[in-house]
Design a binder for this molecule. Structure first.
Ligand SMILES: [Zn+2]
Length: 393
């Protein structure tokens, strides 16, 4: 969706540090034009890979750049200001980057990968949160709001799971851009109980994706050791339901400028429709018994059904999560009951309302210790198998 001219003017002013105003600012100097790649004699930054943000940049000095962190559509939009770019530079001197946020505040501490894995960088955040400055080491690397996990990464992991489990990869449908919405079906196609796992409705919510990967790693291992599980229970695992948003570095939406987690009900978007079509085609003796949707927010929590949950659903919650909030070192969590809000369009509400099953949102803190989040997810996947027995009686 094209941004308005006024919005672009504000965007340019923000990037150049003029400061966003309620009214369009006077036209800024035309000598500095936002670009999608900025290059000087000794350094460059670019936004040309899957997961990179669709940011504009400006050259502030020989080794100094500004990046405009702007959303994929005009506000209102969730305050998840995603940025990701790569850089190359000659020599060892650092390169300075200033992130300028269009209408939102700094949220994600910058992560840097120079080829040896991700580590967090220190950023100097402006008092009003509208900008953050950082220095990256000379050489080459990627800087991003969180670890970059793009469609290719998800596809590679899906294929590892498929090979290990001997489980098929299903192509449920296509995104606006034509990317596949892929799923792993773990367990037998005629297993009567179906557990649905969803991931990455919201592209910047990478810690949710990290937890989901560890969760499914454990499930794949369990299924390999216990073939009886797959005869009784099958899992539909959709790790990347918003491939376009992840590839394009969106803050929230798919390519249709829609928050997919508000489309469960309308099904106006191809990605959500793809999952629903698969569910609608199930034979009558296969029924969903549980849905878990992985996200990220400011802290670790599970949104679960409130007192609307029936007895079996309450027993399931007690068997799986309740009382375990402090069980995982480095990964404390809370359980937050919320009754359905009809018409909200979330996967949680739709699965609960449609199938009368537990439908939980698994929220991982942006700043969660990654190792602790993985360990907790693995343990929670293992204990899920026993807890599921509460849903069969
Ligand atoms: Zn989310």
């Amino acid at each position: 969706m094209a941004m308005s001219t006024r919005y672009l003017l504000v965007a340019m002013a923000v990037m150049l540090g003029v400061g966003a105003q309620a009214q369009p600012p006077a036209p800024v100097a035309s000598a500095i034009v936002p670009a999608s790649e900025c290059r000087t004699a000794s350094a460059m930054i670019a936004f040309d890979f899957d997961g990179a943000s669709a940011s504009a940049c400006a050259i502030l000095g020989e080794r100094e750049f500004a990046v405009l962190v702007s959303p994929e559509h005009a506000p209102p939009i969730n305050p998840s200001p995603w940025y990701a770019f790569r850089y190359e530079s000659a020599g060892d001197a650092p390169v300075s980057i200033t992130l300028r946020y269009l209408g939102r505040k700094h949220r994600y501490a910058p992560k840097w990968n120079g080829g040896g894995g991700w580590r967090e960088l220190v950023a100097d955040v402006a008092d009003d949160g509208a900008a953050a400055s950082l220095n990256v080491p000379g050489g080459a690397g990627v800087v991003a709001a969180q670890e970059v996990i793009g469609p290719d990464d998800h596809a590679a992991v899906l294929r590892l799971w498929s090979a290990e489990a001997g489980a098929p990869i299903l192509n449920l449908g296509q995104s606006h851009d034509g990317r596949p919405v892929e799923a792993l079906r773990l367990g037998r196609a005629d297993a009567p109980k179906l557990v649905v796992l969803l991931g990455r409705q919201h592209p910047p919510e990478v810690t949710g994706a990290i937890a989901m990967q560890a969760f499914v790693d454990e499930l794949v291992g369990i299924a390999g050791r216990d073939p009886g599980l797959g005869a009784d229970t099958q899992f539909l695992i959709v790790p990347l339901i918003n491939p376009d948003g992840a590839a394009r570095g969106h803050w929230r939406a798919n390519r249709g400028s829609t928050d997919l987690n508000r489309d469960w009900g309308d099904f106006a978007q191809p990605e959500t429709r793809a999952v629903k079509a698969w569910l609608d085609a199930l034979t009558a003796h296969v029924r969903p018994v549980l849905m878990i949707d992985f996200h990220s927010t400011t802290r670790n929590l599970f949104y679960v059904q409130g007192d609307e949950a029936n007895a079996a659903q309450q027993r399931f919650l007690a068997a799986w999560l309740a009382g375990r909030e402090e069980d995982f070192a480095g990964y404390p969590f809370t359980i937050e009951p919320r009754n359905a809000n009809p018409g909200s369009g979330t996967a949680k509400n739709w699965f609960y309302a449609t199938y009368d099953i537990p439908a939980y949102t698994y929220e991982v803190a942006d700043t969660a210790d990654r190792s602790a989040a993985r360990r907790a997810a693995g343990d929670l996947a293992a204990s899920l198998i026993t807890a599921l027995e509460e849903l069969g009686r």
